[in-house]
Ligand binder design. Sequence first.
Ligand code: FAD
Length: 470
Amino acid sequence: RPTILWLRRDLRLSDHPALVAAVERGGPVIPVFIRDDSVDRLGAAPRWRLGLSLEDLAARLADKGSRLIFRAGPAREVLRDLVKEAGAGAVYWSRLYDPEAIERDTDVKSLLKDEGIEAESFEGHVLFEPWTVETGQGGYYKVYSPMWRAVKDREVPEALSTPSKIPAPESWPESDKLEDWQLGAAMNRGAAVCLPHQRVGEEAAQGRLGWFAGHAIGDYKTGRNMVADEGCSGLSENLTYGEISPRQCWHAGWRAVEEGAEGAETWVKELVWREFAYHLIYHTPQITERNWREGWDRFPWEEKEDRQSVLRWKQGRTGVPFVDAAMREMYVTGKMHNRARMIVASYLTKHMMTHWEIGKRWFEDCLTDWDPASNALGWQWTAGCGPDAAPYFRIFNPETQAEKFDKDGTYRRRWIAEGQSRPTKTALSYFEAIPRSWGLSPDDAYPGEPVVGLQEGRKQALAAYEARDF
Ligand code: FAD
């Protein structure tokens, strides 16, 4: 009897334990992707990017004589129907760790088991499953560095190969057409502008990992901070949809360490930040929606989203060039350099004293590498209310940061057209991407005054911090 392989954030064929197990079980394998509310809840850019990933995976499966079946509806109902239609004996999937996924998957598992169907979940999305990493006292890690020390010498199994054959059923169940789902419908920006900035699918991800491990990883320690350079791997969009596995990255990183690449261990450490984020979303699921440290519920953050200053932050028109360049980079490319993420998040939550959730939601809508765990941790870390967070009183100064990490202004010129006699193509592409309703043009004057001055904002934030009663 066939095995249904329920795909979610594991859109690859290599190093895929659930796929390998499905093939080894014997009998046909029916890969399915379900458009349930977890897909409908995605922001505009990640939903659009998901569609690109699915298109790529469907083509790769077709090359192997298989198919990707598309169905829409609540997962439990879709799977129950599909099991019946296909006469399947098992449903396999790769585990996820965010609270909504856990609730859904637990429900699906018990439903299938009640109906006598084998329902099994597999690892693959993280290196170390959250319950396998414990502090000496038996709890979870709330601080990154000891977690890194606890896992860095662990044996991680080698990545699995792609099965040479994926047996097909005699007849395929019906499938929706991916195009009919219109996953890009909410992208109210020129998707054509954003498309060239995406590196979609397993083959592209593997190629990029190979390039990065061969050419850039050695300089990562310094290169990773230079916002205008290609000093980082750019693999976050592939990791989030599972187009590449963290295990493949981990081994490539350690191999580079063995070959003497100096910055390689620093890069592997970043992979463990992703693990830390998953560890936290599993053990403290409230991290996605509430201040991780409860005392911060009493902090006087501005919570109104429709303020002019918030709109200007979203549009990259705060008048602080580093912040604006970064916000525009995200709007056009779906990604933003890590250092820039920290700076825009700090400016919003500290200088503008605005609740981090407003920023987190905007990132959710704009990032093609959106990840439930890393985004929540990134915001709470920067805002100062999260686990192992940068203390609130440590406030990034975007000007000093620009002097250090964008010394010659390349990054700012790349994204800000206003005031340049010959604006760069990328800076102009922002105006092609934004909705007309924003009413902005490259000929506008660049804001003369920042929405909040750097000194004034810093003073205000520190005063609020000192006056807090927790
Ligand atoms: P590299 O520098 O090459 O690092 C390799 C991999 O390590 C990354 O692909 C990523 O998977 C992981 N990693 C690196 N830094 C971090 C980090 N600080 N936290 C967790 N994992 C990390 N990352 C996302 O993948 N999705 C998000 O939605 C997201 N939102 C963020 C929001 C804020 C406010 C901040 C400060 C950070 C956020 N990050 C997020 C983390 C980080 O900025 C990105 O992972 C990184 O910029 C991706 O670029 P890269 O792939 O070139 O990373």
